[in-house]
Design a protein around this ligand. Structure first.
Ligand SMILES: Cc1cc2nc3c(=O)[nH]c(=O)nc-3n(C[C@H](O)[C@H](O)[C@H](O)COP(=O)(O)O)c2cc1C
Length: 315
């Protein structure tokens, strides 16, 4: 059991958070992470209100531990998702992709805690001044959408830890206990993992996606949409087609060449699907069960901190 400001906010045993993943982290995955002592969350992105409600019910049936909902704020139905979270008795939500300011009055009124995703110090200071309870500092190496600024987790987290009064959660490039210890050394009080949880038995993506992560090297991901909404994905034929449409004239007649249309849950295979994943894919060598990942994170963090203490503290 860890004691710090993040576990006080999430109500969980450990300050380890399941990164929300569109159409992937639904009720079952949220419950599996919460049952392991972490903070599971359901990604509201791409879900109708009825479906979101259904996923909340599913998670409730599978766990009595706290879990949250991630609400992308730019979406039309963000306010509906917020009301669903409040009605369902969710205590902590996360928000991303937008300005939390116009949601804060309702969030505070309902006594909800909110963790907001940021990718720069400027965004983090704004979020703090709006009244969010913590920020999730997303580095450039993360899977999925990242900031246009290009700041890595290693550089972003300590700068935010120094600049803010509220706690910082590190997201991007963390897949084992080494990443956890590094993030805490940089000043984070929690970590959010996405890519690591894709390569799990519980993750509802096709096996080829998990296998590609396990087979990935250190340079197997690439950034799409650099100037608009950058998204880090695994390199494959679909991505090459989006980047070099002239090379793929024939394929272009067959499918729309944009990342959203070919998102993993829209179907496809290892060549044709667009699969968000982080640079840390290259470290992941096995498809694991979620509870085993937690065990490794907890035992590994304990061992590493003892080793560091011996090395530097003479203990
Ligand atoms: C397959 C995939 C889908 C994602 N979808 C979303 C999303 O819908 N909303 C969001 O806020 N973040 C999304 N992310 C980012 C994660 O929530 C998390 O912050 C990120 O994966 C952390 O970096 P890591 O992949 O290096 O662990 C996604 C990441 C992945 C790998």
């Amino acid at each position: 059991m860890v004691k710090n400001r993040i576990v006080e906010i999430t109500g969980t045993k450990y300050p380890f958070i399941l990164g929300p993943m569109r159409l992937i982290t639904l009720g079952e995955m949220a419950a599996a992470v919460s049952n392991s002592g972490g903070f599971g969350q359901i990604a509201a992105s791409g879900l109708s209100s009825d479906r979101l409600l259904l996923e909340v019910k599913k998670a409730r049936d599978l766990t009595d531990q706290p879990f949250g909902i991630n609400i992308p704020l730019y979406r039309m139905n963000a306010f509906d998702a917020l009301e669903i979270a409040i009605d369902a008795g969710i205590k902590t939500i996360t928000t991303s992709a937008g300005n939390p300011a116009m949601f804060m009055k309702r969030i505070k009124e309902a006594d909800l805690k909110v963790l907001h995703k940021v990718s720069s110090k400027e965004m983090a200071l704004k979020a703090q001044s709006c009244g969010v309870d913590a920020v999730i500092a997303t580095g450039f190496e993360a899977g999925g959408h990242v900031g246009r600024q290009g700041t890595t987790t290693m550089c972003l987290v300590p700068q935010l830890a120094d600049a803010l009064n509220i706690p910082v959660i590190a997201a991007g490039g963390i897949a084992d206990a080494r990443g956890v210890v590094a993030a805490f050394a940089l000043g984070a009080e929690g970590v959010e993992l996405g890519t690591r949880f894709v390569a799990t038995q519980e993750c509802p993506v096709p096996d080829f996606f998990k296998q590609l992560i396990v087979e990935a090297g250190s340079d197997s991901t690439i950034l799409l949409g650099k100037d608009a909404m950058p998204i880090r994905v695994l390199r494959n034929r679909a991505v090459d087609m989006i980047q070099n449409p002239d090379k793929h004239q024939e394929d272009m007649h067959l499918r729309g060449a944009d990342a959203d249309a070919q998102y993993i849950q829209s179907g496809g295979d290892a060549d044709t699907a667009v699969m968000p994943a982080g640079q840390i894919s290259g470290l992941i060598k096995k498809i694991e069960k979620i509870d085993k990942i937690f065990l490794g994170l907890i035992q590994g963090t304990d061992l590493l901190t003892q080793q560091l203490k011996t090395m530097f503290g003479g203990g």
